[in-house]
Write a protein that binds this ligand. Structure first.
Ligand SMILES: *Cc1c(COP(=O)(O)O)cnc(C)c1O
Length: 467
């Protein structure tokens, strides 16, 4: 029996659980709500008018989008607002700084003219560091004329990120999204590409690349035929150096029907199978924040179906206050992932953008959570690295807190670096109980700069001059 048939059988043998089993491969209509539709979400009527008003205010600044599956299957409405999936998808007052909240709330309440409100919203957004880690200038590859190539980032030697223009949204939005700016409709803030050709030209020329990472938004929002346009050509011999095709997605959480009953789900499975059978490593880089996202029949059926193609699912996600800042939640998430055949990959530190004040967890606490969680799981789940900051110089991991020559320090390392030579060299920062990001740390032992500082400054100057 092929793996795929086996998966189908496993699903259909659950006939005893009729509700979940019957619908798996049926098309399920995708119903989505945005800011304008807040009043149409039935379950919100249990909240006070004040809470609903707060949601309207916050979602006029930060993007909001949620679909019926998330509302009905993932959120426990008897535990709102504390429910982690509610916090993951619905705007909360604390997500804006008090002065920002007060300013927008006043304009909404007094029904200020549209242009005044929009002007204020734009200013608040601008204050929220919409481009963490110099996304645009620092990471875009340049063409042969030194012009930045739209819709791509090439920061680490082996891996290029590609942002297809059809994948510039998600099935729901995460409240803490570090790419939130591209969802609020400001064209300038978008990183997008409409051209498969530009991607293929770049990949063809850059034989040092082994990994293509298709990301977004969520590329799984795209129709399969578009995804096919980008990926199928990679089976040609000129792309033999591209060993791994990664697809970043949260659809396994937010819309598992994408992989089951959606009109083009069968074709998606064929595409993944085709890539795998041609010898590519296909990795679905699945975004998970909480074990509840894996705790529905539909989510697990989608995981089984994707795995049956031979694609590997690697699981990653940020550590977020109000959602998963608890070792027990991570230990349970990693255990469930391993049980379902997923590979735990990264625990990220929440980025320095958007509603960071609401979501951030101090680095010292993040490390404690990581350590206490990893101690509870078997070796197969200890493939999760972190807590890791995707900062401008690279991915920096907090390896621990210790004392050296009487000074309390963080032990850090690069998991990825702008210069690969920086990787895996331990370095030390002065311990700081409150610091939440790399730029708040200073070198330990009274040193004036990091070992990588001069080189990084030179790279940065070069890049900014080119862009
Ligand atoms: C994380 C990341 C990658 C991939 O790094 P891996 O460690 O190979 O997963 C590539 N590019 C950017 C910009 C990243 O942040």
């Amino acid at each position: 029996m092929s793996a795929q048939v086996h998966a189908l059988k496993a699903v259909s043998s659950r006939a005893a659980a009729p509700k979940a089993a019957a619908g798996f491969f049926e098309p399920v209509p995708f119903k989505v709500y945005t800011q304008r539709d807040l009043d149409r979400i039935e379950q919100l009527s249990q909240l006070s008018p004040e809470q609903r008003f707060e949601m309207k205010v916050v979602s006029s600044v930060l993007p909001f989008r949620v679909n019926q599956y998330v509302i009905d299957e993932l959120i426990d409405w008897s535990n709102v607002p504390a429910d982690p999936i509610f916090q993951l998808t619905f705007p909360q007052r604390g997500m804006l700084a008090p002065q920002h909240y007060a300013r927008i709330a006043e304009l909404v309440r007094s029904e200020a003219p549209k242009d005044v409100l929009e002007g204020a919203i734009a200013e608040v957004r601008h204050a929220l560091n919409p481009h963490p880690a110099d996304q645009m200038q620092m990471n875009m590859p340049l063409d042969e004329h030194g012009k930045p190539l739209d819709g791509m980032q090439h920061k680490y030697r082996e891996t290029v990120l590609f942002f297809p223009s059809q994948g510039q949204t998600c099935h729901s939005y995460c409240t803490f999204c570090f790419r939130w700016a591209q969802f609020v409709g400001d064209k300038e803030l978008r990183i997008a590409s409409s051209e498969a050709n530009a991607l293929h030209d770049y990949l063809r020329k850059h034989t040092e690349l082994t990994d293509l990472l298709v990301t977004g938004g969520d590329p799984m929002v795209m129709r399969t035929r578009h995804l096919r346009d980008y990926l199928e050509p990679l089976l040609r011999p000129e792309f033999d150096h591209i060993q791994t095709i990664r697809i970043g997605t949260k659809a396994l959480t937010f819309w598992p029907h994408r992989f089951l009953g959606a009109e083009d789900a069968d074709d998606l499975m064929r595409l993944l199978t085709q890539l795998v059978e041609a010898g590519k490593h296909v990795a679905i880089m699945a975004h998970y924040n909480h074990w509840k996202e894996l705790d529905t029949e539909v989510a697990q059926a989608a995981v089984r179906r994707v795995r049956a193609t031979g694609a590997v699912i690697r699981a990653q996600g940020p550590l977020i206050a109000h959602i998963n800042d608890d070792p027990a939640v991570w230990a349970k998430l990693w255990k469930m992932e391993v049980k379902l055949g997923l590979v735990p990959y990264y625990m990220f530190v929440e980025r320095d953008t958007g509603a960071r004040n609401y979501f951030e967890v101090p680095l010292a606490r993040a490390w404690e959570i990581y350590q206490q969680a990893i101690q509870q799981v078997s070796g197969l789940a200890r493939t999760a690295r972190g807590p890791s900051m995707s900062a401008s110089p690279g991915k920096v991991e907090i390896q621990g807190v210790t004392e050296i020559a009487g000074e309390k320090v963080f032990v850090l390392r690069f998991i990825q670096g702008r210069n690969p030579d920086w990787v895996q060299r331990p370095f030390f920062a002065k311990y700081d109980e409150e610091a939440t990001w790399l730029d708040q740390l200073v070198p330990a032992f009274g040193e004036t700069k990091w070992f990588w500082q001069d080189e990084y400054d030179a790279i940065r100057e070069d890049r900014l001059a080119a862009a």
